[in-house]
Design a protein around this ligand. Structure first.
Ligand SMILES: Nc1ncnc2c1ncn2[C@@H]1O[C@H](COP(=O)(O)OP(=O)(O)OP(=O)(O)O)[C@@H](O)[C@H]1O
Ligand SMILES: [Mg+2]
Length: 142
């Protein structure tokens, strides 16, 4: 499996998990089935293209800290033979006008400049408003 060589720009913005470092995740039957279905879909991309359909290319992983989201994403990337590029979305948020959008664009630009494909993993820490300083209704926890 080829090693993904991130540019210095990408290294500054992301943590790179190489495919050969992935662990085997323990999955509940529904998650295992969902991963299997998605993998089947990706492997059938050529046949699907003939029908004008593209395989899904995004997924939302949610769950409490330490339940295995990163482990699963890393394993999934490994199954595709790709590195996992992990970006903490908190670091992208900027208080300057348009700053957040520019940071997001910079990530995609840095990935596009890479020679090899990769899987982008956006890690978001959603907090309940009730536990923060802003008060008000609880934010959706996903
Ligand atoms: N389902 C799982 N299968 C195998 N290992 C797991 C699983 N869940 C957690 N682990 C182990 O626990 C450690 C933490 O898991 P991981 O980092 O994947 O959790 P996470 O959901 O991404 O947490 P966070 O929300 O804090 O980012 C991993 O190093 C892994 O070894
Ligand atoms: Mg994680």
């Amino acid at each position: 499996m080829a090693t993904f060589k991130p540019s210095s720009a990408l290294k500054r913005m992301a943590t790179i998990l190489q495919p050969d470092e992935a662990e085997e995740p323990i999955l509940t039957p529904p998650v295992r089935e969902a991963v299997h279905q998605w993998m089947t879909e990706i492997r059938a991309a050529d046949e699907m293209a003939k029908l004008g359909i593209k395989p899904r290319c995004t997924a939302l992983l949610s769950g409490p800290p330490g339940c295995g989201k990163t482990t699963l994403a890393h394993h999934f990337a490994m199954r595709l033979g790709l590195a996992l590029v992990c970006v903490n979305t908190d670091q992208l948020v900027s208080s300057s006008l348009g700053g957040t959008g520019q940071n997001v664009a910079a990530i995609f630009a840095a990935i596009e400049e890479q020679e090899d494909l990769c899987v982008l993993f956006l890690m978001s820490l959603t907090r309940s408003r009730a536990s923060g300083r802003s008060g008000g209704a609880n934010a959706p926890t996903r």
